[in-house]
Design a protein around this ligand. Sequence first.
Ligand SMILES: *[C@@H]1O[C@H](CO)[C@@H](O)[C@H](O)[C@H]1NC(C)=O
Ligand SMILES: *[C@@H]1O[C@H](CO)[C@@H](O)[C@H](O)[C@H]1NC(C)=O
Length: 493
Amino acid sequence: MFLAKLLYLLFLCVLTQSQKDYVDISGPGLQPVEIIMPARYFFINFTHINAQTYTPELNKKLIVEIEGKSSANKHCRVWVNKLDRKDGTFIVRYKIYETCFDLSIYVHYDRKDLGKSPFKFKGPIYPDQCDCPEKEFENWFINYGCTQNHEQIIKDLKPFHNLNMKEEVQKIIQKYHQPESTSFCHYVIKENKLYRNCYGKHVGFNMFSDNVLLSLMRKVKVPDMELIINLGDWPLVHKRDKPLPVFSWCGSDETYDIVMPTYDLTESTLENMGRVTLDTLSVQSGAELVWEKREPRAVWRGRDSRAERLKLVDIARANPDLFNVSLTNFFFFRDKEAQYGPKQPHISFFKFFDFKYQINVDGTVAAYRMPYLLTGGGLVLKQNSPYYEHFYKQLTAWKHFVPVARDLSDLVDRVKWARENDEKAREIAMNAKNFGNEHLLPQHIICYHAALFWEWSKRVRSEVDIEESMTQVQQPKSACDCKFPKSHNHEDL
Ligand SMILES: *[C@@H]1O[C@H](CO)[C@@H](O)[C@H](O)[C@H]1NC(C)=O
Ligand SMILES: *[C@@H]1O[C@H](CO)[C@@H](O)[C@H](O)[C@H]1NC(C)=O
């Protein structure tokens, strides 16, 4: 009796030991009706395989196909991109170019369906360029998978309550409108239309703030609000002065500026599978070498935008066995080019991961490459800095990165530490990668903006009016038909 039971159990084990049962397929790209993104994405995890047991065979046998119908009942245009993380997990991205119906996502391994494949959705599945906003912000926010209560948002908005923005805007213009050195835009969102007045000489970067606001407004009716967005890298509102609400891409310990994700990270979200090739998804499959095969040296490339970057060159020259460092451009210290040059050609960002350790030294402000270094799975040696991006407060030294003194005096010791503690170094690199996957992917960046602007809209009590001198910023043209009601057919999942 006992033996029979045992045999039966064994039989069951053998029966279920197919790839199918070892795979976990999940992610926002499997809610394509609710979660509209420039490139939708989801993850495939062969849970019994890891970086040590991975073989390229896995990638060859894994096929993802996505098909659907256009409104004209033809094939709808979809572009699929599979990213191999070389650890038994994959990221699948897909971009939809027109509204699709009856979308099917097939995940095949060795020509057999994996997990719950095929995933089927009736639709309509809107491409990101469709201007078909949901009416209820809060519903949208939840369905999109966003969360509130980000520590940085709470801290940044703390000084601002019950504001009369008419007064605040005037004060900001008076104090910070110095056409030669600062540039900012005063934005108004009213009835989900966008208007702005910009100040300063260099307002070209308003393309980035326009893009993220328009992108949100295509997805959901954004609450009426007005805000001022600083287009420069330097935060503006010094703590010795009274707090004024200015939104900036970079924060600092000495300023009150309200921090948004950087234009760089935001653009890589909005141009995913488009104009931008380096983003927090692509960087995860860019590395050629597994950790063990990487060179145990610290790598850095960049321009001469801060004195410590020159110092870094000195340190590297004195310790060639520990570093591979070069300046790629001279602008701020042209007179020092003979000493610190010649400048070297750029290398692909993915090449950084031929090395185990990546150095992050401030440029003019925080170095905006941080999200890609972390998510790319390198051990980041980060210079201490008063400057920060929207997520730095969630990072812990020695857990997600190795801290380095502001004057780089301990940098050599840090590299030596990493060499002598390889297991620990690898673990920190893994933590960084996990952090990136939990906080820095496109969905998180869109959500952070949504959470920030929603919370901000509650802090303003004054009426939102469009000033006469304002320009309306139009949504990009697209041939979308919003008449199809979205069916929230969760049973499809
Ligand atoms: C894949 O699944 C395994 C087992 O559940 C888990 O330990 C691992 O962290 C997952 N990997 C990724 C990258 O999500
Ligand atoms: C530094 O790295 C680059 C890019 O991998 C490589 O071409 C170069 O030879 C390296 N230099 C040294 C001195 O190791």
